[in-house]
Every structure is written in structure tokens, then in C-alpha cells.
Design a protein around this ligand. Structure first.
Ligand code: ADP
Ligand code: MG
Length: 709
């Protein structure tokens, strides 16, 4: 028997069970079975007496005997067990007891199966969260385990199961037995999956020990060693695979060589009105190294809102210009492109480098002029929206493309960008994002990319006071905005939706706008409105009014989420804040606090706010650090949720390690993988043959995530 043996041939399985294991748990080989780890352990040393249960306790286990089981219909009437029709059962209630007292176990699903299982007189271990219902203690949908499922030691693994598996006879007990059989068959001839020297250097236990202890731990210490070994291996091999791909790519991807910094860079740098932050300097150095290396740069630049990414973009563009190339900067919206253009033009003044703005609204004559300027090289930096990657736009020598907020660009558009390079060589690419991705996640999602992080804010920014209030404070909120306007400031009010939806009970923008206009009447107050259904002209008109200070309040949907800079705005009100995700709330908040004045973010919450949403809002009130929030968000949602929420899925799925919880192991594994590749980039040394073989396995042959742009 080997790890690759089909599961069907494991004694005790056979074709029928094999099919079930495959369809229910994705287990098709003996190796898959052995890598189906317990998701928790019953610790027989920590069973709680019913008399000691407290409703505030987290999940606990009790060992109790079933006294009586009752079935109830939807209307609450008790159903007689003799003539039971299970489709009528809505609730099963089991009264259980240990020596200290009694309690109720409640089930709304799987009642038939539970009814058969929870025979009066039999004893089980129930695992769940205690609660009080009426005057009685209960647990709703506890996990139920036979107390004798235990084998060796005090810890017994509990495996994921499904209704279907259980009813087909593959109970938890059977799983334990199958795993036992598999271990016996496998362990004697098991191939170690990491070289001996790695086990030694990292202090890891051998695979055979790890596999046995993860399933049948002798004690907690052995389990901890086993878990660590398996987590490390998983993350290490994943990073090794990603970093190796990166090495191969950087060896192959020829890039435009830009050896000097150039006059323009220096002229701009000298004229800067402020000192760059340490983080900005470091990131510019990293970019400079890339651009002169002769390999194509493919770098993701992360920085919280307001961390000063624009300056980094400008200086990078000037490196390209200083080497005789051109640069372009693409923004996701017209408004942002205009704002970038205004800022960049200012910075470029001392350099004499030509800069132009190209968007969907650029007229035909201006367009012709820009096309000519790009061809003859008099335009060094082109700023714009998607319009600048249209086929009609030809550069003389595009050397660097900067993309602001990568999420908004599709794959096809990115490909067009690549084709605009010089004489067949693609431009260097720098993608800037203000969406903080936790480091652990970035390392995995973009493991084969270069990531730069601006993790320091420019000095002198005043903290933003964030508070979360309910409907009762709406009046006070209006008064507060009036006070701020009286001081010469402006306010944003953001709504989650444009049109009322019957299903979702949140405020709609139009009602909100009417209400605001009533509370802030002309001629004293001017209110602008911006949303996605307006024409570009309407949008620009309203936006301009706010940016120029003619409007006091901007009511909008989340179109203002990215980038807009109005330093005079000191209040951000977010309506139905519980509807937004943490990172989006953080982005929105980043729109204020850009000026010298104290700023405020007011989270208006609805009547019904789930516990989880409240936690999000509390978190936001507690910290302004985007990366901290992103880490917390990841922890709250759990990485299982990530594939749905991130635009790109994980390169592989993790079996035992968790991106949210195992950040330290991940960093260590990555550094170690890099260290090994530094000495043996293609894993050709005999000592690394095992590693090379491991990486050939399906699970590590990941898609190519290297080309973000
Ligand atoms: P981001 O695009 O990362 O959100 P910006 O580039 O728009 O941030 O910068 C935010 C503000 O901080 C701008 O007004 C910019 O002029 C200013 N700024 C950038 N770098 C510095 C610095 N090193 N010192 C002081 N102010 C800075
Ligand atoms: Mg920006």
C-alpha cells in the first residue's frame, strides 16, 4: 500500500464506500484519507459537569446519558413516537443527565437520525455551546460522539462527517478505524516528504510520527509537534513552489533596462515640498532596482489611503523618462484621472517633462494632439482612464505602466497594456492598491510576485475620530455637520445603494438626499449628489462643485470610495454602515483626515445589526490602521471565506494550516524556502531531490498568478 493507492483498496472500504468518500469528502486515495485531519479533539480530561455549565461559556463538552427523547411538530404539538412521520418533525428534544444535573439537547435538523441514535439509557459526549432557554440549560445542535470512540491517549480526533456518510455507515467510529488501518499499511514503508537536513534545521518531527500523532495523539505535546510539522510542511512547500516559479519567470522575462535615475527625477525630488517618509524611500529604491535589473518589473504596491502612493508613482515615472522612455498612469475613474493629472502636473513642473490627460471625454482635437505628442515623445507621462490603452493610442517608447487600483481592470485590458511596450518588450508594471491585503494573504496570493508596502503615514496627519451611533442620534449628527460647515468645512454622506429594494431595508440614496436637502436648505447650504446612474457630465458637475468648495455636503454612493482628495472635508457620514465590509468602511473613512483639521467619521447603524457587524463597527472605531483591520477581518471571516471574497482564489487549498492563524509559521516557511532556493534555485542538488519530487505533485502545480497586469 502507498499513499497513492486508490481508497477503494483499503481494507474495509470497497467500491461503494469509496464512491461516497470521494463525493462527500473528496478522498480518492489512501494519502487523501491520511491527510483528512481531525478538526478537533475530544479531550477526556476536560469534560464539564452539567452543574458547572454557564451560558457564557464557549463550546464545552459534557458526558451525559439520554433520559428521554421527544419530538415536536412545527406548531409545537408533541408527536407520538409510535406513528411518527419524520417529515412532520420540526424539533427533537433530548433530556440528558450526568451525576450532577440534567439539561436539554435540541435538534432541528437530522431528527430522524438523531432519534435512532439517542436511545434512552445510552451515554454520549456532547460538544456545543451551552445556552439558557426558559429556565433550562440547553445546547442546540451539539456534536454527538460515542464516548468509546477514543483509542489511545486522552485525546481523540473528531473528523468531519456528513449526514450521508453517517447514514451509509461511515460514522466517526468507522473513520477512525479506516485511518488506523491506513496508518498500519502506510507507516512501515512511508517516504519522508522533507529532506533530513530540513527536519534537523527546523526541528521538525518525521512524517511518520506526525501522521500517527495527528490522528492518535499520545498527549498534547505530541499533538503540537505533529501539527507544527504538518503546517510547516504545507506552507513551506507552497511557498517553495511559488518562489521557484517566480525565479523561473524573472529569469525568462526580459525587461527594459533603465540604468540611470535621470535629471527629471532629481529635479522633482529637489523641489518636493516635504521629506519622503522612510517607507516611500524604501519602496522607490525597490522599484529602482527592478527597473535597472534588465528583468521586467511586475510589482504590487500596497499602501493605506493617504500613505503617499502618488509620489512614488511620479518618481517611478520619472525614472522611465530619465532613461528615454515614457510612462503612463491609469486610474479607474474619470474623476480620479483628473485629480491625478492635477497633482502630477504640479510635481512635474520643475522637471519640464510633458504630461497629458486622456479620458473618454477628451475631444477629437485634443486627442489628435495627444497622439502626436506620444509619437514624437514630447509627452513623457500620460495620465488617463481606460481610454489610454485603446488600440489607437501609440507610444514612442512606453517603459512603465502604473495602474491605480488593480481590482477595476480586467485581464483583457491588462493584456493590451503589455502589448504597448517598446519593440516587443513589455513595459515595467507597477500596480498600486489601497486595499490592504494582510501580509500572510499577500504572500500566498501573490507569492510569486514582488510586493512593496508603504507602512508608514506622512507626518502631521491628525487622527480621525470614529464613532458609531443609531437612528436616535440623527438630529445630533445634522447639528454636528452644521457646526463643521460653520467652521468652513465640508461633509461626505455615503449610502450603500442607489435604488430602494424591498428585500433590503436600507436607506436609499434618493430618500436620503431629500432628507438632507430639507435639513440643509438653500440658500445657506448647498448639497451635491453623485451616483453611478448619472451621466459623466452630471457626475463631474456635482463632483467639481464639492471639490471646489461650492457645495458643503456631498451625498453619494460608494463611487467616491477610491482616491478622491478633498482636504477641506472633515466629516464622513456612512449610512447603514453595517452593510459595508470592513475594508470598504476603512477606504471610505480615508476620504477625510487629509487636511490640517480634526476629522470625524460617523457610522450610522440601522436597528437590526448582527453581532458580527457590530464587531466590525467596533473594530473600526478602535483602530485606524488598515493592515490591522485587514488582519482582523481575515480572522473574523476565516480564510474559508476568502476564495469568495478575493478576486482571485488561493493557488491551492490548505489542508491544515490557516492563513488567519498561522502567519508566523508562514513567514518563517517563506523565508526558509527563499533561503533554500538561493543556494539551489532549480532544486537540482541531490539533497533536494525529495523537494523537487514533492513539487511535481498536483497540489503544488498552481496556476500562474505572476502576471497581475
Ligand atoms: P494615497 O494615494 O496613497 O492615498 P496620496 O499620494 O494621495 O496618498 O497622498 C496623500 C497626501 O499626503 C497628499 O496630499 C500628499 O501630498 C501627501 N504626502 C505624500 N507624501 C508625503 C510626505 N512624505 N510628507 C508629507 N505629505 C505627504
Ligand atoms: Mg491615491
Amino acid at each position: 500500500m502507498t499513499l497513492d493507492t486508490a481508497i477503494q483498496y483499503l481494507p474495509g472500504v470497497g467500491p461503494k464506500r469509496a464512491q461516497l468518500l470521494e463525493s462527500e469528502l473528496g478522498i480518492s486515495t489512501v494519502g487523501d484519507l491520511l491527510r483528512t485531519f481531525p478538526f478537533r479533539y475530544i479531550d477526556r480530561s476536560s469534560i464539564v459537569r452539567i452543574a458547572d455549565l454557564q451560558p457564557e461559556l464557549a463550546q464545552v463538552q459534557v458526558r451525559a446519558t439520554v433520559m428521554r427523547v421527544r419530538l415536536f411538530a412545527k406548531n409545537g404539538a408533541e408527536l407520538p413516537p409510535e406513528q411518527i412521520k419524520y417529515n412532520m418533525v420540526n424539533r427533537l428534544s433530548a433530556l440528558v443527565a450526568d451525576q450532577s444535573g440534567e439539561m436539554e439537547m435540541v435538534f432541528f435538523k437530522g431528527c430522524k437520525w438523531m432519534h435512532a441514535r439517542l436511545r434512552p439509557g445510552s451515554t454520549f459526549i456532547f460538544f456545543g455551546k451551552p445556552a439558557v432557554f426558559g429556565s433550562r440549560l440547553n445546547m442546540v445542535h451539539p456534536e454527538v460522539d460515542a464516548p468509546d470512540a477514543a483509542t489511545t491517549g486522552v485525546l481523540t480526533g473528531v473528523y468531519t462527517s456528513t449526514e450521508k456518510l453517517k447514514t451509509s455507515g461511515i460514522t466517526g467510529k468507522v473513520m477512525v478505524k479506516l485511518i488506523g488501518t491506513a496508518l498500519e499499511g502506510i507507516l512501515p514503508g512511508l517516504q519522508e516528504s522533507l529532506p533530513e537536513y530540513i527536519l534537523k534545521e527546523k526541528g521538525l518531527v518525521p512524517l511518520s510520527y506526525a501522521l500517527r500523532q495527528i490522528h492518535f495523539p499520545l498527549d498534547k505535546a505530541a499533538l503540537a509537534k505533529a501539527t507544527y510539522r504538518l503546517k510547516f510542511e504545507e506552507l513551506f512547500l507552497l511557498q517553495l513552489s511559488l518562489l521557484k516559479q517566480k525565479f523561473v519567470r524573472s529569469r525568462n522575462a526580459v525587461g527594459l533596462k533603465m540604468p540611470v535615475v535621470g535629471e527629471a527625477f532629481n529635479a522633482c525630488y529637489k523641489a518636493l515640498p516635504y521629506e519622503l517618509t522612510g517607507a516611500q524611500k524604501r519602496v522607490i529604491r525597490e522599484i529602482r532596482e527592478d527597473m535597472r535589473s534588465g528583468h521586467q518589473m511586475n510589482r504590487l504596491l500596497q499602501g493605506d489611503v493617504g500613505s503617499g502612493k502618488t509620489m512614488v508613482a511620479v518618481l517611478s515615472a520619472l525614472i522611465a523618462v530619465g532613461n528615454g522612455y515614457q510612462a503612463c498612469l491609469m486610474a479607474p475613474t474619470e474623476v480620479l484621472a483628473q485629480q491625478h493629472f492635477a497633482n502630477v502636473s504640479k510635481y512635474l513642473q520643475p522637471t519640464g517633462v510633458g504630461v497629458a490627460l486622456l479620458t473618454g471625454n477628451t475631444g477629437a482635437a485634443a486627442r489628435r494632439e495627444i497622439h502626436a505628442g506620444l509619437q514624437d515623445g514630447s509627452i513623457g507621462v500620460l495620465i488617463g482612464t481606460h481610454a489610454l490603452i485603446e488600440d489607437t493610442v501609440h507610444f514612442k517608447a512606453l517603459g512603465l505602466a502604473i495602474v491605480d487600483e488593480q481590482h477595476r481592470f480586467g485581464v483583457e485590458q491588462r493584456a493590451r497594456l503589455w502589448n504597448k511596450g517598446w519593440q516587443g518588450t513589455p513595459p515595467h508594471v507597477l500596480v498600486m492598491t489601497a486595499t490592504p491585503i494582510p501580509r500572510t494573504l499577500a504572500m500566498t496570493l501573490y507569492g510569486d510576485l514582488d510586493v512593496s508596502v508603504i507602512d508608514e503615514m506622512p507626518p502631521g496627519r491628525k487622527p480621525i475620530q470614529t464613532l458609531c451611533v443609531g437612528e436616535g442620534k440623527r438630529h445630533a449628527m445634522h447639528n454636528f455637520i452644521r457646526e463643521q460647515i460653520a467652521k468652513g468645512r465640508q461633509a461626505f454622506i455615503v449610502y450603500p445603494l442607489i435604488f430602494e429594494s424591498e428585500k433590503l431595508d436600507y436607506k436609499n440614496l434618493e430618500l436620503g438626499y431629500e432628507e438632507i436637502v430639507k435639513a440643509f436648505p438653500l440658500p445657506d447650504y448647498k448639497v451635491a449628489i453623485v451616483h453611478g446612474k448619472q451621466t459623466p457630465q452630471e457626475k463631474a458637475f456635482n463632483m467639481d462643485a464639492f471639490v471646489a468648495g461650492r457645495a458643503h455636503i456631498l451625498v453619494s454612493t460608494t463611487v467616491i470610495e477610491v482616491g478622491v482628495d478633498v482636504p477641506n472635508a472633515s466629516v464622513m457620514v456612512i449610512e447603514s454602515a453595517e452593510r459595508f465590509g470592513l475594508s470598504q468602511l476603512h477606504q471610505l473613512r480615508g476620504r477625510v483626515g487629509r487636511g490640517a483639521e480634526s476629522s470625524f467619521c460617523i457610522l450610522m447603524k440601522g436597528v437590526k445589526v448582527s453581532k458580527e457587524s457590530q464587531k466590525r463597527l467596533d473594530l473600526l472605531c478602535a483602530t485606524e490602521n488598515g493592515f490591522e483591520l485587514a488582519e482582523e477581518d481575515l480572522k473574523m471571516r476565516g480564510p474559508g471565506d476568502l476564495e469568495g471574497t478575493m478576486q482571485s482564489g488561493l493557488p491551492i487549498s490548505l489542508n491544515i494550516a490557516s492563513l488567519a492563524k498561522d502567519g508566523l509559521i508562514l513567514s518563517d516557511a517563506r523565508a526558509y524556502a527563499q533561503h533554500i532556493l538561493d543556494q539551489d534555485p532549480t532544486l537540482e542538488k541531490p539533497g533536494n531531490a525529495i523537494l523537487a519530487a514533492e513539487l511535481k505533485k498536483d497540489r503544488y502545480v498552481s496556476k500562474d498568478y505572476s502576471r497581475i497586469s
